[in-house]
Design a protein around this ligand. Structure first.
Ligand code: IMP
Ligand code: MG
Length: 187
């Protein structure tokens, strides 16, 4: 690897070949997650929902969100890969990891970010064939200007412009998921 530590300079950080600047603080992220948790409680406290976390990016959001829930709920993880570098590839690979029978259940899909919406639509199509009672979507981040689809996003943490971002689970070529704040690319 070309580095052993992230290089922090002012509010900037260099990851591989790109520079990123501070964008969303951990406090802001935490408040957004708390709002989502409260809204989920209003809607689903009696449903024993199954939270399905879309790996890898959503793992950190999901962990923080799940800790804030004060009603019965279950969590499991599914995975597929569609993202390479800084451009959405538009190609979505096979979805793996759904072991639970979701027929008749309330499911909440947990995603780090909805960009074009292509990946999430694939997940929705797949889950619909398994006859859940309902599927809701909780995403920490949403890029409305990039969004190409029409499905409803039930719980959104923060809406952001089209800039490429990293941190809090989001990566650049596998790196930077461990940052607790979110950074955006310096153009
Ligand atoms: P979509 O299919 O275009 O909606 O892309 C969704 C996936 O692309 C997300 O689950 C992320 O993993 C990834 N993604 C989208 N935007 C970004 C970004 O700005 N930084 C890192 N990953 C992103
Ligand atoms: Mg993702």
């Amino acid at each position: 690897m070309g580095y052993s530590k992230f290089l922090f300079k002012m509010a900037q950080i260099t990851v591989l070949d790109k520079t990123f600047e501070s964008y969303i603080s951990h406090d802001q992220i935490d408040q957004a997650i708390q709002r989502i948790a409260s809204n989920l409680e209003k809607d689903l406290a009696e449903e024993n929902p199954l939270f399905l976390v879309i790996l890898n990016g959503a793992f950190m959001f999901a962990g923080d969100l799940f800790k804030k829930l004060t009603f019965p709920a279950e969590i499991s993880f599914i995975k597929f890969a569609s993202y390479d570098g800084t451009q959405s590839s538009g190609e979505v690979r096979q979805l793996i990891g759904l072991d639970e029978n979701i027929e008749g259940r309330s499911v909440v899909l947990v995603e780090d970010i909805v960009d074009t919406g292509i990946s999430m639509e694939k997940v929705l199509e797949y889950l619909t064939t398994k006859k859940p009672k309902e599927v809701r979507i909780a995403t920490l981040l949403f890029k409305p200007k990039s969004y190409q689809k029409h499905f409803k996003i039930d719980y959104t943490g923060l809406e952001i412009p089209n800039d490429f971002i990293i941190g809090f689970g989001l990566d650049y070529n596998g790196q930077a998921r461990n940052l607790k704040d979110i950074y955006k690319i310096v153009q």
